[in-house]
Design a protein around this ligand. Structure first.
Ligand code: SIN
Ligand code: CO
Length: 392
């Protein structure tokens, strides 16, 4: 593993007003709203109508490697079906009160990646995915809360959002999805195409379609402390080797042989004290954990081409991370899809650029002084593994 100590300073300005945030800057948004309170942004993306038709969304929901759900509310009962769906399932649906949700649309479409790029004022380490939903009139997933920061961007049609910062987050028992037992609307907004509602985690909400409607949810996951600790303990388990073994040459007789004696407890405690870690371990853990592809993700293999042919096309067309790839930097080490990577130190600026914008244009490569053979060979290997593709 090679360490890169001189990261180029990110040149993005985060103090400029953004239409996406209703005329406030990313800096102000993060300070005043992010993870704190809701924000309604009218005309966040003035020309946005979505980039998927309901039929295209249903098509995605029929694919094997796409996670999708169909939620309906029939006779006051919530019903959940998991995809992938057979095409004929969509022919049998009623006129109202159901919704189709497709996760990780950014794993499948360039337009989704372009949309997410507009939110790059939030670290990629927090990004989960873009979920897209379609619902006919009355459709929705019921009153609930999420453990996500979410930007709910309205595509075609309209949706009424009821929101509440209520403390009572008790869920209906036995329901197939997370539905709040009591929901007390505090504010109501009707969103049209291009409007966006930002919600921090735990804010109760309920979106109901007004006629046909599509919603694009840009979700930023906040893992629980329990999950982080569990995964970190797994990480330590795989990497730590403690020497020695439990030993009791001083063993004394005890009245009840079933008792785990204090001496044993003390000795095991002192063995466990040998498990030490520092920020460097935590950074390495985060780099691997946060870039690890989810279990259902399959990388597409490209047409095999020689390094020479790859280099020619890379320089003329540019490259980008493939839709399912995640490249993050922790403590100056680069992590790609769950693994720390070794790369020539002088390729660092190119890699920093690729990680930040997920692409390298022909111009950026022409201007680079460090586009050496080692970097090209590495990119060729990434290409053959399906981690990068040619710029689209
Ligand atoms: C939806 O798009 O219908 C649901 C989004 C959400 O409530 O989180
Ligand atoms: Co929600």
């Amino acid at each position: 593993m090679r360490y890169h100590r001189s990261m180029k300073k990110n040149s993005n300005s985060h103090s400029a007003p953004l239409t996406l945030l209703g005329g406030i800057s990313a800096e102000t948004f993060l300070k005043e709203y992010w993870h704190k309170k809701p924000l309604l942004i009218r005309g966040a993306m003035p020309d946005f109508e979505g980039f998927l038709t309901p039929n295209e969304l249903a098509g995605l929901a029929c694919e094997e490697d796409v996670q999708s759900r169909l939620i309906s509310y029939v006779k006051k009962v919530w019903k959940l079906e998991q995809g992938p769906f057979a095409e004929k399932r969509f022919a049998k649906l009623p006129d109202r009160d159901w919704t189709l949700l497709v996760q990780s649309v950014n794993h499948h479409m360039q337009e989704a990646n372009d949309l997410l790029q507009q939110f790059n004022f939030i670290p990629q380490a927090r990004l989960d995915d873009l979920m897209v939903s379609y619902a006919p009139d009355g459709g929705g997933v019921g009153p609930h809360f999420d453990s996500y920061d979410v930007f709910l961007l309205q595509g075609c049609g309209q949706r009424i959002w009821h929101i509440s910062e209520q403390e009572d987050l008790t869920l209906v028992e036995g329901a197939p999805l997370r539905i709040l037992k009591h929901f007390n609307t505090e504010q109501t907004f009707t969103l049209s195409a291009g409007d966006m509602l930002y919600l921090p985690p735990q804010v109760a909400h309920w979106g109901i379609a007004v006629g046909d409607c599509m919603t694009y949810s840009i979700g930023f996951r906040a893992p629980t402390a329990q999950e982080l600790a569990g995964k970190f303990l797994d990480y330590l388990h795989e990497r730590r080797r403690l020497s020695g073994r439990y030993a009791d040459p001083e063993l004394a007789p005890q009245a009840n042989s079933a008792v785990i004696g204090q001496a044993m407890v003390a000795q095991v405690s002192s063995i466990l004290d040998g498990l030490k870690w520092g920020d460097e371990d935590v950074a390495d853990f985060l780099g691997q954990y946060l870039t690890e592809p989810k279990s259902h993700v399959v990388f597409d293999s490209p047409k095999q081409i020689s390094q020479q042919a790859f280099e020619k096309r890379m320089k003329s067309q540019g490259i980008q991370l493939s839709f399912k790839s995640q490249l993050l930097i922790a403590n100056h080490v680069y992590y790609l899809n769950g693994e720390a990577i070794t790369i020539e130190a002088d390729a660092e600026n190119l890699l920093a650029q690729l990680s930040n914008t997920r692409k390298l244009t022909p111009q950026e490569m022409a201007e680079a002084t460090n586009l050496g053979d080692a970097f090209i060979a590495e990119m060729h290997a990434w290409y053959l593994a399906g981690c990068i593709i040619f710029l689209q």
